[in-house]
Design a protein around this ligand. Structure first.
Ligand code: 5GP
Ligand code: MN
Length: 339
């Protein structure tokens, strides 16, 4: 696939014990800790955010946690403990002692909260994206980690801070969703070991699988049907793609926030290595989700189109309509294939 001019990133990094200890010291000497994660939050963004919020509150910290866009909280994660602790982004103080950004490959992913993150006296960046641009004063960035939730667990262990059953439920949710239920390549021995420790700490595995994977609304079920019916394969590219429009959302009654796993229904088509789903937004722009396997990489494709992500799971937002976005995507995929 395409190779884009490299800017400094986190490839090859791991998190050293001394970095974890530095983060622990930063937390211990702060009374107020601000936390956030990225726009269009997924299970890992929410699980790592809420898990750390609960754990640090239990340490007696005044925790100010917010999503950059609270209205984007997906319904399938409403069960997560600690959700009631989230505040409006306006309530996050300026110039805080400590701000921790979770699962963000760059500060733009914090959107409106970016100035508050960058204005904090100390900014800690906890993430596992290989294209993380190391925007923190301290970067706990490990592209080998399955999820940001796994890194938060390592941080809790380093601090000797308790993982209550509620904290464990949040972090396990991040792990199980970012590894695609322990199926993707990021399912390392370490990820499974952390999952085991979280289960031992009381994570409610039955609740998580029921709420995240078996509580789909009928409207969304019908939306999945539309997307699957429209799926097409381009054999020369090993690509399967489909799309949903605002009209589909209106007619089925589904919401965009429910559609995180739509791509997983598509990506299983035999003979394909790349899956793409295009979702029309209210303002006419299009959000594109990409997944790949068997050696194909979509991270560089997403970056070439203004987004980012992992080698095998990436995304971006396109200013063109669905047809235009698709044409542009095919162009980039074809260019990559021919060098
Ligand atoms: P999804 O397709 O589930 O929205 O995103 C897949 C992965 O790509 C996630 O790790 C997500 O954080 C990342 N990603 C999605 N869209 C963007 C984007 O616009 N910019 C960056 N930097 N990463 C993105
Ligand atoms: Mn993640």
């Amino acid at each position: 696939m395409v190779i884009v001019a490299d800017k400094p990133d986190a490839r090859g990094r791991t998190v050293r014990e001394e970095d974890l200890q530095a983060a622990v010291r930063a937390v211990e000497k702060s009374t107020v800790v601000c936390l956030s994660s990225h726009v269009n939050p997924d299970g890992d963004a929410l699980g790592s955010l809420l898990g750390l919020t609960l754990a640090l509150s239990a340490q007696g910290k005044a925790v100010y946690a917010a999503l950059p866009r609270p209205e984007q909280f997906p319904p399938q994660y409403h069960f997560l403990p600690g959700r009631e602790m989230l505040r409006d982004p306006e309530e996050i103080p300026e110039g805080a002692d400590l701000f921790i950004a979770l699962d963000c490959s760059n500060a733009e992913r914090l959107e409106g909260l970016r100035p508050k993150a960058e204005g904090a006296r100390f900014l800690v960046n906890v993430d596992h994206h290989e294209d993380n641009n190391l925007f923190g004063h301290l970067d706990l960035v490990d592209p080998g980690a399955s999820s940001t939730s796994e890194l938060v667990y390592r941080l809790l262990r380093a601090g000797g801070w308790e993982s209550t059953p509620e904290v464990a439920t949040c972090l396990y949710t991040g792990l199980v969703t970012d590894t695609g239920r322990f199926q993707h390549r990021n399912t390392s021995p370490e990820a499974l070991a952390v999952a085991s420790e979280l289960a031992a700490a009381g994570a409610d595995l039955a609740l998580i699988s029921r709420e995240v994977y078996e509580s789909q609304s009928l409207s969304y079920t019908r939306l999945v049907g539309r997307a699957l019916e429209r799926a097409e394969v381009l054999e020369d590219l090993g690509l399967v793609f489909s799309y949903i429009t605002q009209r589909d959302l209106r007619e089925t009654g589904a919401s965009l926030q429910e559609t995180e796993d739509l791509i997983d229904h598509l990506r299983t088509v035999r003979g394909t290595r790349v899956a793409a789903i295009l979702k029309e937004l209210e303002d006419g722009k299009v959000r594109v989700s990409l997944r790949s396997r068997d050696g194909a990489e979509v991270g560089p494709v997403a970056r070439a189109l203004g987004g980012g992500g992992h080698a095998n799971a990436a995304g971006y937002t396109s200013d063109l309509d669905i047809e235009g976005s698709l044409a542009r995507l095919l162009e980039v995929l074809r260019r990559g294939r021919h060098g």
